[in-house]
Design a binder for this molecule. Structure first.
Ligand code: NAD
Length: 466
């Protein structure tokens, strides 16, 4: 099928490359000239596993990039809208990008098209998209609007797209369903998974995926409710971690104990510095506002947000309790991205923590395996940048672990201790067992677990400070 994808960001680009992988011809449209130039040259502007391979495989053959939305729509049977839906000051989603795209699509409609909303949008957006098209001259017979929310996680985006748990098709009539079924046919029949060159399957997936047909409003709510629930799960376990700290219990044991209950499940029960990224904070705020607008006071979501923001302050409190005062302290920071596997720093708790530490007069040296250039864009010369975790530790008063990159979980702890000025690690992601830190002679503060304090480190020397 000929498909247009409008918006070539984290979702649009992944969707476009994966739709090519399913046998379709895709024109990916963006209005960011700089991004477009990179894409047209075959470069991939974001860090995402398997994406460079897929873009290289299909670029110029099945995958084309263009600025021209009208031509792309004319050439396509299905048009995916994957532009941003950022948060407004009121908490509502800003739908002006979606509206602008809908207006432009209406100029290009010739023959029947299925318009697919991939962007995360509040309930009734599909109705508005339909209305914008009609008001701008498109005939009702010429199009249908379908809500097909995207559940991919950055860092696992390609495998999440190709090996989804479920595909949700939200439409208010049966007419667009055959087109949507055809788009996803290689996943639904399992034929993609039998191909010799398919992207390797992730662990624990069951194929083919479930397909769920619903009304457009239900599909829109499924996406908001799913993200709000996941955010709630994170805030819940962070609240429990705070109780663990108060009573001397261990959050990792508690997580194992509750996560092994199949009604609860172990995933998303990781205590830490809270969620971030371009989705959870904005989608929780948008869902809260949608509920209010329709007369329901969803205060549970306020609490989810409050706990989440509180985790950052808890972390800074731990840094203070390890180092006493922060002014003039040299802090080594591992991780700027909001989570591992991505260069995305939007709403990253690591960024918020660095900003607060700077405000308190600390000096920061940071390293991230993928997000260095994005970090440079926002911090410039306010912080120093290092080439490796060991370089970050070198001469720092303490090491702070802020992103759960796999490589940060396998450091040579003896080398880290030798490089640090004081043997202090504050871990916002629980990447280490406290005993391993104690064995390496490191003072260790983590989340929801008893700290390893100076008094527990009996072997001398504990540091190289004179
Ligand atoms: P993004 O900011 O990375 O990408 C959006 C792209 O749309 C940008 O490249 C921008 O230049 C382009 N764009 C904006 N207006 C345009 C126009 N008129 N014509 C052409 N291009 C235009 O955003 P994203 O992270 O890909 O998210 C897109 C949507 O998908 C959001 O609604 C988001 O909530 C949702 N979503 C994101 C994720 C994720 O993990 N990032 C996951 C699921 C759903």
């Amino acid at each position: 099928m000929n498909i247009a994808v409008i918006g070539s960001g984290y979702v649009g680009l992944v969707a476009a490359a994966c739709l090519c992988e399913l046998g379709h011809d895709v024109i990916c449209v963006d209005n960011d000239a700089q991004k477009l130039k990179l894409l047209q040259n075959g470069q991939v502007p974001i860090h995402e596993e398997f994406l460079p391979e897929l873009v290289a495989r299909h670029h110029g053959v099945h995958l084309h990039f263009s600025r021209n939305l009208v031509d792309a729509v004319r050439a396509s049977s299905a048009i995916f809208i994957a532009v941003g839906t950022p948060t407004k000051a009121t908490g509502e989603a800003d739908l002006s990008f979606v509206e602008a795209v809908a207006r432009e699509i209406s100029k290009a409609i010739s023959g029947y098209k299925v318009i697919v909303t991939k962007s995360t949008v509040p309930v009734y957006t599909n109705r508005w998209v339909r209305q914008v098209l009609l008001l701008n001259g498109a005939a009702p017979s010429e199009f249908d609007v379908v809500s097909n929310p995207e559940f991919l996680r950055e860092g696992k985006a390609v495998t999440d797209f190709l090996y989804p748990d479920r595909i949700v098709i939200g439409a208010n009539s049966d007419r667009p369903v055959p087109v949507m079924n055809e788009i996803y046919a290689p996943l639904l029949s399992g034929s993609y998974y039998r191909r010799a060159d398919s992207i390797p399957a992730p662990a624990h997936h069951s194929n083919p995926p479930q397909i769920l047909y619903s009304s457009a409003a239900s599909a829109e709510l499924i996406k908001h409710a799913a993200n709000a629930f996941l955010a709630m799960k994170i805030s819940f376990i962070n609240a429990v971690a705070n109780i663990c700290e108060a009573v001397g219990a261990d959050i990792e044991d508690v997580c194992k104990g509750i996560g092994s209950d199949s009604r609860i499940g172990a995933r998303f029960l990781r205590a830490g510095i809270g969620y971030g990224g371009s989705c959870f904070p904005k989608d929780v705020a948008a869902f809260r506002t949608v509920a209010r607008n329709f007369g329901y006071d969803f205060r549970l979501l306020d609490e989810v947000e409050r706990i989440n923001t509180g985790q950052r302050f808890q972390f800074i409190h731990k840094v203070r309790s390890a180092l006493w005062t922060l002014k003039g302290k040299k802090l080594g920071v591992l991780g700027v991205a909001y989570k591992c596997g991505t260069d995305d720093i939007r709403e990253s708790p690591a960024v918020a923590i660095i900003q607060q530490l700077l405000a308190e007069g600390a000096e920061i040296k940071a390293f991230d395996p993928a997000a260095m250039s994005r970090a440079q864009e926002i911090f410039g010369s306010q912080i120093a940048f290092a080439d490796s975790a060991y370089d970050v530790a070198d001469g720092s008063d303490a090491l702070l672990l802020l992103t759960d990159w796999e490589e940060f979980a396998h450091l040579d702890l003896n080398l880290i201790r030798e490089k640090l000025k004081y043997p202090i690690v504050v871990d916002g992601r629980n990447l280490y067992a406290p005993q391993a830190m104690a064995n390496a002679g490191l003072i260790y503060h983590s989340v929801g677990r008893t700290p390893v304090r100076l008094e527990r480190l009996t072997e001398a020397p504990v540091g190289r400070a004179s």
